[in-house]
Design a protein around this ligand. Structure first.
Ligand SMILES: Nc1ncnc2c1ncn2[C@@H]1O[C@H](COP(=O)(O)OP(=O)(O)OP(=O)(O)O)[C@@H](O)[C@H]1O
Length: 263
């Protein structure tokens, strides 16, 4: 049960250094329930690092992270995932030799109390659990329209298809908060349109709160409730897509990086 009114996710005062390099400097981010909050900024601004701090992959020197009001600061990634926070990765993290279905089942296994080994035994509690997990995964196959490639080895799929399976792997964890690190990178227009449709459906029908790192400004400005702009490890703007698009500091950061903000 998600406590109403509490933000889905709060990062407060996060500072991260690697040796002499300050990657994040006193960064705070709030994601309301069922919001899509996009994290944008030039290459190297610190977007993935912030996500790594939120999900426990990096340990910031300062700052706290709460998930639906619960302090998860300093917990390792598996423990944060148990708070129903799932993510996709910039470099897709799938098991290449396995089929789409097997990859989704593996993503699901972290929820099985009997664990993957006993889950493989076809009797008793483990068997019932396995059957239930398969139903959840079948639902994901339908939702993400993976039917025609369900048994295909992931290694044979196109890049766009692999991105979609990676989203499925994250969704198999039944998240309340989903963090998407460049889910549309390398996709063609049609694949991007599908991905946008899935993201909006996740927000609307599955009540998932979403953090989106994405370089396609057209998509970001179209689907975000709020946009947060990082530059050199600090937020330089935060607000509605319209507010951010017209912010002089944002325009400067992007023009400086030889990029344009789509209207
Ligand atoms: N593990 C690490 N060790 C040392 N430096 C790191 C590490 N992770 C990130 N950095 C540095 O932190 C800075 C921010 O990197 P980060 O990947 O977070 O940026 P980004 O905004 O996600 O960039 P991009 O859009 O290119 O993915 C970079 O200078 C990067 O080299």
């Amino acid at each position: 049960m998600q406590p109403s009114g509490t933000p889905a996710l709060e990062a407060n005062g996060i500072s991260l250094r690697f040796g002499g390099l300050t990657v994040l400097n006193d960064v705070s981010l709030e994601v309301g329930q069922r919001q899509i909050v996009s994290l944008i900024g030039p290459n190297g601004a610190g977007k993935s690092s912030l996500v790594n701090c939120i999900t426990g992959f990096y340990r910031p020197q300062r700052g706290t992270v709460t998930v639906f009001g619960e302090d998860v600061s300093g917990l390792p990634p598996q423990k944060i995932a148990k708070h129903r926070v799932a993510r996709t990765y910039q470099n897709i993290e799938l098991f290449d030799g396995m089929s789409v279905l097997e990859n989704l089942l593996l993503g699901r296994h972290m929820h099985m109390s009997s664990g993957p080994i006993s889950g493989g035994l076809w009797w008793g509690k483990a068997r019932n659990e396995e059957l239930r997990e398969r139903e959840v995964v079948e639902d994901l196959v339908d939702f993400l329209e993976l039917e025609s490639i369900r048994n295909a080895p992931v290694s044979l799929l196109s890049y766009g298809q692999r991105k979609r399976v990676d989203l499925g792997r994250a969704l198999a964890q039944d998240p309340h908060i989903l963090i998407l690190d460049e889910p549309m990178a390398g996709m063609n227009v049609e694949e991007k349109e599908d991905m946008v449709r899935f993201i909006l459906e996740l927000q609307e029908t599955r009540a998932i709160s979403i953090v989106l790192i994405e370089h396609d400004m057209g998509v970001v400005m179209d689907i975000s409730d709020r946009v947060a702009v990082l530059d050199f490890g600090q937020f330089i703007a935060m607000g509605s897509p319209d507010e951010v698009k017209n912010d002089p500091a944002v325009i400067r950061a992007y023009v400086g990086g030889a990029k344009e903000i789509a209207s």
